[in-house]
Design a protein around this ligand. Sequence first.
Ligand SMILES: *Cc1c(COP(=O)(O)O)cnc(C)c1O
Length: 392
Amino acid sequence: MKSNQVINNYDKFLLNTYGRQPIVIDHAHGVKVYDIEGNEYLDFFAGIAVNNVGQTNTKVVSTIQKQAEKLMHCSNIYYNIPAVELAEKLANLSDFNKVFFSNSGAEANEAAIKLARKYTGKGEIITALESFHGRTMLTVTATGQEKFSKPFKPVPPGFKYVPYNDIKAMKEAISADTCAIMLEVVQGEGGINVADKEYMKGVEKLCHDNDILLIIDEVQTGIGRCGSLFAYEQYGIKPDIMSLAKGLGGGFPIGATLATDKVAVGFEPGDHGSTFGGNPLACAAANTVLDIIAEDHLIENTKKMGQYTIDKLNGLKEKYDLISDVRGLGLLIGIELSMDGGDIVDKMREKGILINCTAGKVLRLAPALIITEENVDTMVQALDDIFSKINN
Ligand SMILES: *Cc1c(COP(=O)(O)O)cnc(C)c1O
């Protein structure tokens, strides 16, 4: 089948929910993606911060092959080894003690909110403007951007929104019914807005002083993406609940909601569940991903390559007025432009490099954590070429 035929059939047979790039992906390995016409792309998006250990990582592939032959699914009414191994690993690697497994980021956040409400007996959740927490009815409502929830009214009640990085606004929003504050450490979809250190510390203190739970949504920032296994670690805070998904399964769908022992008692049998959540195949893949991150020193590479990329991009910013800001944490990087970024994404793709644009004007880079200096140089050179042809 040719690309245009596939695209026509998408229009015909799939609900029209995505603005898609006009390439049909056939296969991928490492940081390289290939379309069905045989074109090669250097991937600086990694399937929205999912393929952190690289596409079709041979260790992940081999784990999935072996586990698929042995046991793919067995229901959560029985025990299985990969799930308990992953739970123990996550507990040992974080400040949390217990986990609930699901299949996606939105589900991980749903579980986080249900647990917080059940544990506290209170209802109100405070989230940030420009946040993104998922696409289910509850999580579009948690999301502090009206465009995601307005068309679907009525939405569930119990959410309040405050400007990000504004501790005064957060303090004023707290009421007697506040159950939890839910934040991203870096707002990914919202334009790569990085939380200030003092802000996060301040929010933690507000939570502590007012008996409010702190939920950190690390669906995009977790699994090494920001230069530590979980981004919150860089802030010296200890949240009560954390949600994970995107990078956790190395491309295989899995979500996880982690909680401290204190809060975990909120859930009792029957309170929450998922048919597929934490199935042996997904958990085996995630176990291997966490092993690879440690064995291949991917956190170190993320820190190094993140700084290298930011430095290179700041060089471009000196050169071009249309770059208004370069920011990020680890390998979650935003380039804010004074113009719409969609056109730049298209031009980059035509040059064989995949990037993304979010919040209208912010080019988002989220490559695999195995990226090299050479890859970064190629990407920056392509941006330089494109910017040099645009009249400032
Ligand atoms: C992507 C994302 C979600 C939603 O994850 P899905 O797997 O698409 O449901 C939630 N929170 C954040 C911060 C995200 O980036």
